[in-house]
Structures are given as structure tokens and as C-alpha cells.
Design a protein around this ligand. Structure first.
Ligand code: ADP
Ligand code: MG
Length: 348
């Protein structure tokens, strides 16, 4: 535990009747960090968050928050706030009453309550909506009320479980920016659960990628993107996912290895000069660029990114090239290996 650690999960495990929830979860979160727990549905993100919140008790391991061992402590003693996917607002209370509910329970004086309400309404862009009931608000506004309620709690740690997944794509993007700005302005530590890699990559300082109840990789968004620890990370992070080529398709690479390459590192090559000959299977214009889907019998996920609008004939054969320095090499277990060539020119 470094001096800057604010939240520490030390080798946490949780099982239900022998069935795995999560195991070997170790995390060290500095104060003020925005940490995303990322992974497919069922990988253990919510379980990890609930363990941190005190809504579940671990079978193994230790949890430290702000220097205190809270492993056995109830949720109410952990000094944190939570925001869920379902906004969990009281339908019969107004926006203002929902936001101030916790303060009222804690008997915060009325004048202070109103002052905090005014500040937080301003911060979350809800000024003017104080008297509305939740059913007279849009999804985005409801989620903002839930955020406001978490903010007025004044805790240094806020846990969020897929808070944006009920919103449409456009709104998700704008609330995503609001959350990030609030977190930065308030200097709070956020642990944020999402299955959406774009959300995790755009918001977090630190991404914890999970699969089947275990951590696969912990790193900055850049580290996850540019040095995926295994094939799962390579395919889960980034859009489109990293393409994977069987080693035997490329001279000089071991047959049992998989070679990964990102779409933006692939170029069209002149006939006879490419490293792979592929067939165009689709062509998708996205505005600033065109994504050309390619098929090769020894590869999956090959995509070529071309600037602007490019018309390519589906069915046409093209040759592609890429530089060795842009390749990611994974061993037969799917783990990243550092790429070196031996005297025979074979990668090891
Ligand atoms: P995620 O949030 O990543 O979608 P969860 O943490 O909810 O995943 O679930 C992780 C695993 O733990 C799943 O296999 C899930 O079925 C199991 N699980 C979660 N909560 C319970 C519970 N209360 N009882 C039994 N199994 C559970
Ligand atoms: Mg979940």
C-alpha cells in the first residue's frame, strides 16, 4: 500500500454456494482517481462494487478505505455514496426532496440543506426543476438527480454502477462529460462500473478489465489500448477490436502464436508488395473515415481505416501491409509476449 492509496482491495474473493462471483481481486486506488471496472456482463463488476460498498461481504481478503479496515463494516459506516443504473428516486418526492433526503435523515439544518441544494442544482444543470416529480423528467434528468443526491452527500468516494445504460447514445455522451467534470471539480474518487469500453476509455484514469470474476489487466486507457495484456483485452478494448492473425500466415512468426494489429496500423499495399491478400467483405462510411472489412482465412477482425468517403467493391481482392513494430504477439495461452526475433528471424 503506497502512501497515496485511498481504496485498497487486497485479494478479495466472493462465492455463493461454491459458485464464483469474483476472486483474486487486488486494487490500489489513489485519492481523486476515476477508476472504471470494465468487462462483459457477468464478469463480476457489480459484485466488486457491492463488496466495496459493504452490500456484500467477502469470503476472503481485506478492504481498506481512507486508511480504515472496513472489511466487516456495514455500508452505512463506509462513508461513500452510490449511483445506480436504476435511478432509485422516490417517485412521490420532488427533485429537491429527493436530493435533500439524506441530509434530512442526518438532521442537517434547513438553511444548510437549502444552500447545498442550490449549489448542486446549479452544478448538475437542474436549476428550475426543484419542484418536479421524477416522472415529469427525462431519463437524463433523472440520472442527474441521482448524481446530485450522491454529490450532496459530500463523501470523498462515489461508486457508480452502469449509471448511463438507460440513456440513449447522445445523452450518454453528454452526461458522461458532466460526470467527468463534476468528479474533477469536486476532487472525489470514483469507481465506475461499465460494460462499455468507450465509456471506460474516455472517462477513466485507470481501467480495470475483468472477465469471469478475475482481473485481466489494470492500466491507463492508453496502456490497455497499446499494450493489451492478452487476447481478451486486445479484442475487448478499441473499436473496431484488434484484428488477430494466425502466426502461420506471416513468415517469421511462430505457428502457435497469434498476431494482433490495430486497424489504423494497416495500409493498402501495391500488388505483390503486401503481407496478406484479403477479400473485401463490407465497406462502411462513418463520416470522417471509411471502414473496410476484410476477410482472410487465417485472420479475424481485419479492418482497414481509410480517410473520408472511399467506395470499395465488395468481393474485390486487396493486399495489405503493416509494420512489425505495430504488431502485438500473443502466445498459445493468449498472453502478450514481447516481440523479438531470433537469429533465424523467427519471433520468440
Ligand atoms: P456484472 O456486474 O459484471 O455483470 P455480477 O457481478 O453481477 O456481474 O455477477 C458476477 C457473477 O456472480 C455472475 O456469475 C452472477 O451470476 C454471480 N452473482 C452475482 N450476484 C449473485 C448472488 N446474489 N447470488 C449468486 N450469484 C450471484
Ligand atoms: Mg452489473
Amino acid at each position: 500500500m503506497t502512501s497515496k492509496s485511498f481504496v485498497v482491495l487486497d485479494n478479495i474473493a466472493k462465492r455463493w454456494a461454491g459458485q464464483l462471483g469474483v476472486e483474486n481481486i487486488s486494487l490500489d486506488i489513489p485519492q481523486g482517481a476515476f477508476v472504471a471496472l470494465l468487462g462483459p456482463s457477468g464478469c463480476g463488476k457489480s459484485t466488486t462494487l457491492r463488496l466495496l460498498a459493504g452490500l456484500e461481504m467477502p469470503d476472503e481478503g481485506k478492504i481498506i478505505i481512507d486508511g480504515n479496515d472496513v472489511t466487516g463494516a456495514p455500508a452505512s459506516k463506509r462513508n461513500l455514496s452510490m449511483v445506480f443504473q436504476s435511478y432509485a428516486l422516490f417517485p412521490h418526492l420532488s427533485v429537491a426532496e429527493n436530493v435533500m433526503f439524506g441530509m434530512k435523515v442526518r438532521r442537517v439544518p434547513r438553511a444548510e440543506r437549502l444552500e447545498k441544494l442550490r449549489d448542486v442544482m446549479e452544478m448538475t444543470g437542474l436549476t428550475g426543476y426543484e419542484d418536479r416529480k421524477p416522472n415529469a423528467l427525462s431519463g437524463g434528468q433523472r440520472q442527474r438527480v441521482a448524481l446530485a443526491r450522491a454529490i450532496v452527500a459530500g463523501q470523498k468516494l462515489c461508486l457508480m454502477d452502469e449509471p448511463l445504460s438507460n440513456l440513449d447514445a447522445k445523452l450518454r455522451m453528454s452526461v458522461r462529460k458532466d460526470i467527468k467534470k463534476l468528479q474533477r471539480d469536486l476532487g472525489i474518487t470514483v469507481v465506475y462500473v461499465t460494460h462499455d469500453q468507450t465509456e471506460a476509455m474516455s472517462m477513466a484514469d485507470m481501467v480495470v478489465l475483468m472477465k469471469d470474476g478475475r482481473i485481466q489487466q489494470i492500466g491507463t486507457p492508453d496502456q490497455l489500448y497499446s499494450q493489451p495484456a492478452n487476447i481478451f483485452a486486445a479484442e475487448f478494448v478499441g473499436a473496431p477490436p484488434m484484428a488477430l492473425i494466425q502466426g502461420r500466415a506471416l513468415p517469421g512468426f511462430r505457428d502457435d502464436f497469434s498476431i494482433g494489429v490495430r486497424a489504423e496500423k494497416i495500409d493498402l499495399a501495391e500488388t505483390g508488395k503486401g503481407r496478406l491478400k484479403c477479400q473485401i467483405v463490407d465497406c462502411e462510411f462513418l463520416g470522417a473515415e471509411t471502414h473496410v472489412g476484410l476477410e482472410h482465412e487465417l485472420a479475424v477482425g481485419l479492418t482497414l481505416k481509410l480517410d473520408g468517403l472511399v467506395q470499395k467493391q465488395v468481393g474485390e481482392f486487396v493486399e495489405i501491409g503493416f509494420a512489425d513494430k505495430d504488431l502485438h504477439v500473443f502466445d498459445k495461452n493468449g498472453c502478450r509476449v514481447e516481440f523479438k526475433r531470433d537469429e533465424q528471424g523467427v519471433s520468440t
